[in-house]
Design a protein around this ligand. Structure first.
Ligand code: ZN
Ligand code: ZN
Length: 336
């Protein structure tokens, strides 16, 4: 294990543990420094005890570097590997074992922290057959949303990566913003080219109840939308859920065959229990998605699996238990 590999793995483990961010940020910064430093220099500095003279390298990172240079698995990493395993219940494990892919993920092309390739390779090591890449749409400028030109570029990059990664597949997609009037933040003909489309509300979350209901129902009714992302928009302990008539929204999801996402991010866990029960009652489809912005976050599906198991989501209604071809048959049938 090289120092870079050891540091990458440490950042991955911190990310999957939903670390408050302080340690993860420090290690991510140190990782950049280690990446930019030649191996010879690292070796030289390790033997002279001057690693900590490098910017961003403290005692614990220096130890990680020195141990990996000595051919050992750094003791800090061994400890983290054990401490940061994402907890899963016995019942949740049944759902996790059934999942063949993940339908919501981000890369450095929008606001993610890892390359498309790193995300795909991690999804592969997690046992997935596919990963849907759903970077943000243009309007979300804070998240570097993709305009049509960049999306076209990304599709080429994905096609080339798929040649290398086969039989694993990166499916193309987007997390498209639901505009205030219920229209979508990308033209229909472009959405139609994508394998899987997640539609989410990211703006005006406090909109008046009836308007929000109309907005969401309109989006869900679009033949190009496959999944309704994090429906309430809540951030646990930070932001209340949006107000909308969930009966109308889930009835529309069931009617138009749009899956309700079970968002696995620990700060979202969306929909909340009572709404998940309601969606089950309407016979909705579901997708248990990590909404990962880093490789470590791809390990968050157990959070959603535990919740799905707790509320008894019918496992045969979970669309990412299907293989890629079945999923594509479903999304295409919907769009035609
Ligand atoms: Zn989102
Ligand atoms: Zn997202």
């Amino acid at each position: 294990m090289t120092p870079v590999e050891a540091m990458e793995r440490i950042v991955h483990c911190l990310d999957r543990s939903f670390d408050s961010g302080h340690r993860a940020k420090a290690f991510a910064r140190a990782l950049d420094v280690v990446r930019g430093t030649p191996m010879d220099e690292l070796r030289d500095r390790a033997s002279h005890d001057t690693l900590t003279d490098l910017p961003g390298i403290g005692d614990s990172t220096a130890k990680v570097i020195a141990e990996s240079l000595a051919g050992e698995v750094p003791s800090y990493l061994v400890k983290l590997e054990a401490e940061t395993v994402v907890p899963i219940t016995v019942e949740g494990a049944r759902y996790r074992a059934a999942l063949k892919g993940d339908c919501h993920s981000h890369s450095t092309w929008s606001d993610g922290g890892a390359s498309i390739e790193a995300m795909a390779r991690t999804a592969q090591t997690l046992g997935h057959h596919y990963l849907v890449l759903t970077d943000h749409s243009p309007r979300l400028t804070v998240a570097h949303g993709l305009n049509p030109e960049r999306l076209a570029e990304q599709l080429q990059v994905v096609a080339a990566l798929n040649q290398q990664l086969a039989p694993f597949r990166i499916l193309t997609g987007m997390e498209v913003d639901i505009n205030e009037d219920g229209t979508l933040d990308l033209a229909d003909e472009l959405l139609a080219e994508l394998d899987v489309v997640v539609a989410s509300v990211h703006s005006k979350l406090k909109m008046e109840r009836q308007k929000m209901t109309e907005r969401m129902v309109l989006a869900v009714a679009s033949p190009h939308v496959d999944i309704l992302g994090h429906c309430t928009g809540r951030l646990i302990g930070k932001r209340d859920q949006s107000s909308f008539d969930a009966d109308y929204v889930f009835a529309a999801c069931a009617q138009f065959g749009t899956a309700v996402e079970i968002n696995c991010r620990p700060e979202r866990l969306d929909p909340p229990r009572e709404l998940l029960d309601l969606a089950i009652g309407y016979g909705c489809w579901f997708s248990i998605d990590s909404d990962a912005h880093t490789t470590g976050q791809l390990e968050w599906q157990p959070h959603g699996c535990n919740r799905a198991a707790e509320r008894n989501v019918p496992i045969d209604r979970v669309i990412n238990t299907w293989d890629a071809d079945e999923l594509l048959d479903w999304t295409r049938a919907k769009a035609s």
